[in-house]
Design a protein around this ligand. Structure first.
Ligand SMILES: [Fe+2]
Length: 352
């Protein structure tokens, strides 16, 4: 049989996806965290993997789905949150713009699965299934009530789920997970009914922010929070070393993601040492240039005497704290560290 006869769509999909195969799984499993530090990987959107010096592994908002894949559905569902929020009907063109860099079904070790809220890009049935099948029988699934409702709907047993609301603290090995208020107004208006004129009161059941307190420093994960003046209170109540904020270029009629100045204001209010934008990678219609944050930072850092640094990351990249706290921009490993181990196989050296 010829190659042409053997090849089909299924073989292409299994051969090409996930785009990074198990490269990143292998890296996370193998990476040794030095005492006095922690490591994080950006899995895409607001998905973050944290690994501590005592090998505690915590995954927040991992998600392995896609956005739109067809133009056939012309309008959003009647109570879709973006329709609720904007009053627009046309299907939003949110196609997935970042590759999938982690293979959920190759997960080996994890100590807690966290979700900030129940929107589709912050909780994942495939990862839940893989953790249930591959990992220890007591790994908790931690999130607000609505995220737990999602896990229960996938078939995660109730005894594995831990509902958190702002103020709750859960200890996971050497790490403390503190649930804090979310400021995600898009989540607040996610409702399957007419809520015009109704003041919603169930935010704490829908979304939380997290402070992940490791022995080497604390990470503030703000989920899809908008800008809030209350970041200043979180900054007063907690030591924050690295803060992650959802950044994006909002289409007209939207105020769904923080802008460049919001990210800087958030960092200043939280009194963090490092601020990292995320989420701008994943949706085609909210794509934003993170270097805009750097430009504004350089414009304002002296006059406002910023004490933090921004870090512009890439999906699939690793960040080590405190070693990388002054780095500003990430670049993927470039390789070829062992160049000239052998004599190059070229006709003569002057060709090089
Ligand atoms: Fe989101």
């Amino acid at each position: 049989m010829s190659k042409i006869d053997e090849l089909n769509r299924e073989k292409w999909i299994l051969g090409a996806f996930p785009e990074w195969g198990t490269w990143l799984n292998e890296e996370i499993d193998a990476e040794v965290v030095e005492p006095g530090s922690f490591k994080m990987w950006w899995i895409g959107c607001t998905g973050i993997w944290v690994k501590t010096e005592n090998n505690t592994n915590i995954a927040i908002d991992l998600w392995f789905g896609t956005g739109k894949r067809s133009k056939k559905t012309k309008e959003m569902e009647k109570f879709h949150q973006m329709r609720n929020m904007t009053g627009g009907r046309l299907t939003q063109p949110n196609l997935r713009a970042a590759p999938i860099v982690y293979d959920p079904f190759s997960v080996t070790t994890i100590d807690a699965v966290l979700s900030t809220h129940y929107h589709n890009d912050h909780i994942d049935p495939f990862f839940a299934a893989a953790v249930m099948k591959n990992c220890a029988a007591d790994v908790p699934f931690i999130g607000p009530q609505e995220s737990v409702n999602r896990w229960l709907s996938y078939g995660v047993p109730a005894e594995r789920c831990r509902v958190v609301k702002p103020g709750d603290v859960i200890k996971v090995k050497d790490t403390e997970i503190v649930a804090l208020d979310s400021f995600d107004r898009t989540c607040l208006v996610t409702a399957d009914e007419d809520i015009r004129g109704v003041c919603p009161t169930n935010m704490d059941e829908k979304a939380v922010n997290y402070l992940i307190k490791t022995p080497a420093g604390n990470i503030y994960h703000s989920g899809d929070s908008h800008y809030s003046v209350y970041y200043a209170k979180h900054g007063k109540d907690h030591q924050i070393d690295v803060a992650l904020g959802s950044y994006g270029e909002n289409p007209v009629g939207n105020q769904d993601k923080m802008t460049s100045i919001d990210i800087l204001r958030m960092a200043e209010a939280l009194n963090t040492k490092v601020v990292i934008p995320f989420h701008y990678d994943v949706w085609t219609n909210f794509k934003a240039d993170p270097l805009e944050i750097l430009m504004l930072y350089n414009y304002k850092k002296h006059v406002l005497q910023y004490e933090f640094k921004p870090f512009i990351w890439d999906v699939g990249g690793m960040f080590t704290y405190p070693q990388d706290k002054d780095k500003i921009q990430y670049h993927y490993r470039r390789g070829f560290e062992d160049a000239f181990t052998d004599e190059p196989n070229v006709p003569f050296r002057s060709i090089l």
